[in-house]
Design a protein around this ligand. Structure first.
Ligand code: SF4
Ligand code: SF4
Length: 370
């Protein structure tokens, strides 16, 4: 659906500059920005993906986002659109992230080699329709995920206002490439949590692998979200030979401790070759184990390891005494041992600031869904 965009300035000769993400594209009349979802029509920027969804949604465990310290065991009603502000060579969701909407925003199409001209149908919804579906599903949280949500800015703001009225918690799974003005609007509307992907600590990686200038806007977004009360968890996909050195991992962990705090959950994730496969190797267990140990050594309370079987890295331990609080198998729980007052049963450490929201001790993600 085509809707007038927020956060842009008019420039000379009918050009316009978008401030929704840190690419800050200057868009010529008739052209689109880097994400391909915002277009200049006669000097004004429109989003082409307002209310355009790849499906009516799916019901995921919130642990799949991954968020381990936010509403544990909750179901996340998960929705996506198309497009992305990045062009990551390893994108697992490239079939939606690298698709473009048509001018009226009704369909998506590909201009990728081998896929030119292929179309995908998008489902259109109003904010009211989405909120009704979420409430009916029984999910307590909604996640904007799979493609990059920050480029869906107007839709997120409008739906968030209605979701807040129904007490649905709102989650972004994002590359974090925001601007101060877009981040402020997201905070003001009350987005509850974000998993931010810090892909590496070097501009060089962001240039070569993601096709954008710098890591700095990502770090600024993480700090801004956290300082303004949003629950933040970080993901780092470890790619062999590209961001897997001990120094790379240590630099990231230290930055988190110094800027976001030791209580910030940190998810190291295993890579497998996908899309343009910038590395042909999978991440070995030993590298992820090393990352887990480095995170522990620098003092992070909640390091996790995903996409691979790592026993300690699946679990949540008491930051005070080390007691096993949540034992996980994949996205489900083998054991949850936290008191009803949300304290550690061994040392009575108060967990309210570390584990946000209700703990669903009997998760089932098979709600009615239509
Ligand atoms: S959202 Fe980002 S990538 Fe898209 S047009 Fe705006 S500045 Fe460019
Ligand atoms: S930021 Fe995420 S969705 Fe976008 S291209 Fe990179 S991996 Fe894909």
């Amino acid at each position: 659906m085509k809707v007038k965009a927020r956060l842009w300035d008019s420039l000379d000769n009918n050009k316009a500059q978008c401030h929704v993400c840190a690419n800050e594209c200057i868009i010529l009349p008739g052209k689109v920005g880097i994400c391909r979802t915002r277009k200049n029509f006669d000097g004004e920027i429109f989003t082409l993906i307002y209310g355009s969804h790849i499906s009516t949604g799916s019901l995921d465990p919130i642990e799949k986002k991954p968020l381990y310290n936010f509403w544990p065991g909750a179901t996340a009603y998960s929705i996506a659109s198309i497009g992305c502000s990045f062009k990551c060579q390893n994108c697992q969701n490239w079939s939606i992230s690298q698709a473009s909407p048509t001018d009226n925003g009704k369909n998506g199409f590909y201009d990728l080699e081998g896929y030119q001209g292929r179309e995908m149908s998008l489902v259109e919804m109003t904010p009211d329709q989405l909120v009704k579906k979420v409430v009916k599903s029984g999910a307590k949280t909604l996640a904007y995920t799979y493609n990059e949500p920050l480029i869906w800015h107007e839709w997120i703001l409008d739906t968030a206002k209605l979701l807040k009225e129904k007490n649905i918690k709102i989650v972004l799974v994002t590359n974090g490439y925001s601007t101060p003005e877009a981040s402020k609007e997201l905070i003001d509307v009350g987005i509850d949590a974000a998993n931010i992907d810090i892909k590496a600590m070097s501009d060089d990686f962001y240039k070569k692998i993601c096709g954008v200038k710098s890591v700095k806007p990502v770090l600024d977004t993480a700090k801004y979200f956290k300082n303004n009360g949003m629950h933040v968890e970080i993901t780092n996909l470890i790619i062999p030979d590209l961001n897997d050195s001990k120094e790379d991992i240590l630099k990231l962990c230290k930055w988190i401790v110094d800027n976001l705090g030791k209580d910030t959950p940190m998810h190291f994730s295993a890579y497998h070759p996908d899309f343009k496969a910038p590395s042909k190797k999978r991440t070995p267990y030993e590298t992820l184990d090393l990352a887990y140990k480095i995170a522990k050594d620098v003092g992070l309370y909640f390091p996790y390891v995903g996409n691979i079987n790592h026993e300690q890295g699946s679990n949540t331990y008491c930051p005070n005494c080390g007691y096993l609080l949540f034992e996980r198998r994949g996205y489900s729980f083998k054991k949850i041992d936290v008191t009803n007052e949300k304290k550690c049963p061994k040392c009575a450490y108060e967990l309210n600031h570390d584990i946000i929201g209700e703990i669903n001790k009997n998760p089932s993600h098979k709600f009615s869904f239509s």
